[in-house]
Design a protein around this ligand. Sequence first.
Ligand code: ASP
Length: 326
Amino acid sequence: MKFLFTLTALSLAALGANAADFPVKDKIITIVVPFSAGGPTDRVARDLAEALRKPLGGVSVVVDNAAGAGGSIGANKVAKAAPDGYTVLLHHIGMSTMPTLVRNIPFKVESDFEYLGMINDVPMTLIAKPSMPANNFKELTAWLGQNKGKVNLGNAGIGSASHLCGLLFQNALQNEMTTVPYKGTAPAMTDLIGGQIDLMCDQTTNTSTQIEAKKVKAFAVTTSKRLSTPALKDLPTLDESGLKNFQVTIWHGLYAPKGTPADVTTKLNDALKAALKDPEFIKKQEGLGAVVVTDKRMEPAEHKKFVAAEIAKWSPVIKAAGVYAE
Ligand code: ASP
């Protein structure tokens, strides 16, 4: 695999794919999303693809949904891609929780990627099927207690954000549920709306429109404070609902394969920083409850430091809760 990878890089050089020319106008930049189309990570990627086009000189930026295995298939695809800047990964908190939640991932988060900067922070929400009889968090916990062993909890596969949140939720309630894995929370949302599954914890970038349209029932947010987004402002936090210190915030970052030339990663980072200041992008993200990064985490070195800090933060929590998967 390594040999092939080097060959790809060499043949690109032979074809004259010079880092100084990056990005070549008639080439396409692909953002790999490790979850299904129409879900929250995909939503961030599609908005970002649009915002990146101008700062990258009008080049086409497309999204490739390489979904499955809780986000590790897409991440692995980019880890093994040609390091030429034309394939990048948009991933979330899974980059820091997957190494503990899933023990055998086929890539190394710390050493297989060039970090390009962070994008946003996104709260999660606890939502249920529309026919859920409970109308508030207290009634929900009572219903979950009465239905022990019968509750289906959807997620985007082992290692995903919804997996992490669902595991922490089951652990906090000491109530084991049947988890139903999907390739992303877009198909899980369809089944939740249809009543095939009972419950899900997912990013507001997927849930706020469905909550507003009353297609699902919402019970709480996972942040330490209530949100100001109109559709979500009446939701209590899990902490105030009795699950003390329950706090999960999802963040997204951009990555290139290790070995991507520095002048290419600098151009990608510059374009990302321009996109993060694009009023249209900010407006779309804020409307979905996401907060676009304005701090130093938009710099690659700080992004890398943040991911390392998140690994250090989550690893003991996951281990202490005993919620990791084989
Ligand atoms: N929200 C998903 C997760 O739980 C991912 C997705 O479908 O975007 O990780």
